[in-house]
Design a binder for this molecule. Structure first.
Ligand SMILES: Cc1cc2nc3c(=O)[nH]c(=O)nc-3n(C[C@H](O)[C@H](O)[C@H](O)COP(=O)(O)OP(=O)(O)OC[C@H]3O[C@@H](n4cnc5c(N)ncnc54)[C@H](O)[C@@H]3O)c2cc1C
Length: 420
């Protein structure tokens, strides 16, 4: 007898990867995707053109058999180049010379989609928007224009991103912390820039930041982040002096940047924390649907890929759960998501110039301490290891708490002197 299928709401990067990872456990997999066609296109909300893949992301991509192909289409980065008042400062990602890989979102999406379309057990249904979920009956309705389709499932994965319908059905109105509207984001592709190609480049200012990733296929992908209320004035004022004061020298490198950003489609950056990630043993949220986060550690997708890797260990034939219980999986993933969300928020404050003198002093004490003790920095551990985010974050907090007030005060004085 044929069993009800695995249903996946959302054919983004995590949904496509989950379909490939789990297909052999089910008689059939149906991916329901609200977009119209298999081509990845920008929606009204812009998304990053480039994605950094770290150790936990690679582990999943290798498991679904695409590691080599994706590696062949990626570019290796040694660290960050900070641009400040016409000078550049190199900050390596790793004390050991490790590099991280950067790949275009389009390429990743295309490679995953091609594999899904070739897979005999997976069917992908475009223009199907999941709208109503009936957990008790293990069923849902999707709509194509006004036409309703009713689906039954043995297991349901909600991989439908920041505005997940499955997450809404699980959480109702009251179980969310959404922080999506404050920071505006634009991204442009440029073909020429006088920057070295094996680092990420950034220019930061109070509340604002520009970042540039080299693109494997050529040129750079450049993004701008600022508070939502300032973006319009920053880009559309007749006078570019405010832009110049925030990012000195940038317009010398990319003279038409302001008009390119002004024409680019915008999006918001934010995070989501929802309380309920599953229903009994047959419905689970993964990826941004469960834990969208600020992107400054480059871990959003990597965390989603780690969700599905860990779920793979629990998921058995036909959707049964090992030990009959999803609770320990959910508890573990929620604590990882909480930790990386907090690490990402801290990185965001650092990269957009929101650190106080005390924050900088603590960071410098911490950097010196881990270097002296030959320990990985928080960034290194997140990017290059599979150590749980919760243990990385706990370690950073413990080390920071071990510095005395007089050490911090002394470091603040040292920072003041070295800044002048
Ligand atoms: C500026 C920026 C930079 C980033 N950089 C990095 C990085 O370097 N490294 C990294 O790891 N992560 C990065 N991220 C995060 C990464 O983009 C996301 O974590 C990742 O795309 C999430 O994938 P997903 O499949 O969970 O969700 P999505 O990519 O949002 O996919 C969800 C899919 O579900 C579909 N959908 C939505 N609602 C429905 C519905 N009701 N019915 C059917 N289908 C539906 C959507 O059309 C979409 O295709 C970045 C994010 C941003 C914004």
């Amino acid at each position: 007898m044929e069993h009800a299928p695995l249903l996946i709401s959302g054919g983004g990067l995590v949904g496509l990867s989950a379909a490939l990872l789990y297909a052999n456990r089910f008689d059939a997999v149906h991916l329901l995707e609200k977009r119209e066609d298999p081509e990845y296109q920008f929606s009204r909300e812009a998304r990053s053109l480039q994605l950094v893949i770290s150790a936990r992301g690679w582990r999943t991509l290798r498991k679904i058999g695409l590691g080599q192909q994706i590696q062949d289409n990626s570019i290796a980065l040694r660290g960050r180049t900070r641009h400040s008042d016409g000078e550049t400062f190199f900050e390596p990602y790793s004390a050991n010379g490790d590099t991280i890989s950067c790949v275009s979102r389009n390429t990743l999406h295309r490679l995953l989609t091609e594999s899904v379309l070739k897979h005999e057990k997976i069917s992908i249904h475009y223009n199907q928007q999941v709208s109503e979920v009936f957990f008790e009956r293990k069923a849902l309705n999707s709509f194509r224009n006004d036409k309703k389709t009713h689906w039954r499932y043995s297991f349901l994965i909600g991989a439908d991103g920041v505005r997940s319908r499955v997450a809404q059905a699980l959480n109702g109105n009251g179980e969310w912390t959404r922080n999506l509207e404050k920071n505006h984001y634009r991204e442009i592709a440029i073909t020429h820039a006088p920057w070295i190609r094996d680092t990420f480049h950034y220019w930061h200012s109070t509340h604002a930041m520009i970042g540039a990733f080299p693109v494997h296929e050529g040129g750079f992908s450049v993004f701008l982040v600022h508070r939502n209320e300032h973006m319009e004035k920053l880009l559309n004022d007749s006078d570019s002096s405010w832009f110049e004061s925030l990012f000195p020298g940038f317009l010398g490198d990319v003279p038409d940047a302001r008009s390119l950003f002004a024409e680019a489609v915008g999006g918001f950056l934010g995070s989501i924390d929802c309380r309920h990630w599953h229903h009994e043993e047959h419905t689970v949220l993964v990826g941004d649907a469960a834990h969208a986060m600020l992107p400054f550690m480059g871990q959003g997708l990597n965390t989603g890929l780690e969700d599905i890797f860990d779920l793979d260990i629990q998921l058995k034939e036909g959707g049964a759960i090992a030990g009959g219980d999803l609770h320990s999986y959910i508890a573990s993933r929620q604590s990882q998501a909480k930790a990386i969300r907090e690490i990402s928020e801290q990185q965001f404050r650092y990269l957009t110039g929101k650190f106080t003198a005390r924050d900088y002093a603590l960071k410098h004490l911490l950097d010196d301490f881990v270097a002296k003790e030959n320990m990985p920095s928080t960034y290194m551990a997140c990017a290059f290891s599979l150590e749980p985010f919760s243990s990385i974050w706990e370690r950073e907090k413990q080390i920071s708490a071990s510095f005395s007030e007089s050490q911090i005060e002394h470091q603040i004085q040292v920072d003041r002197l070295t800044a002048h």
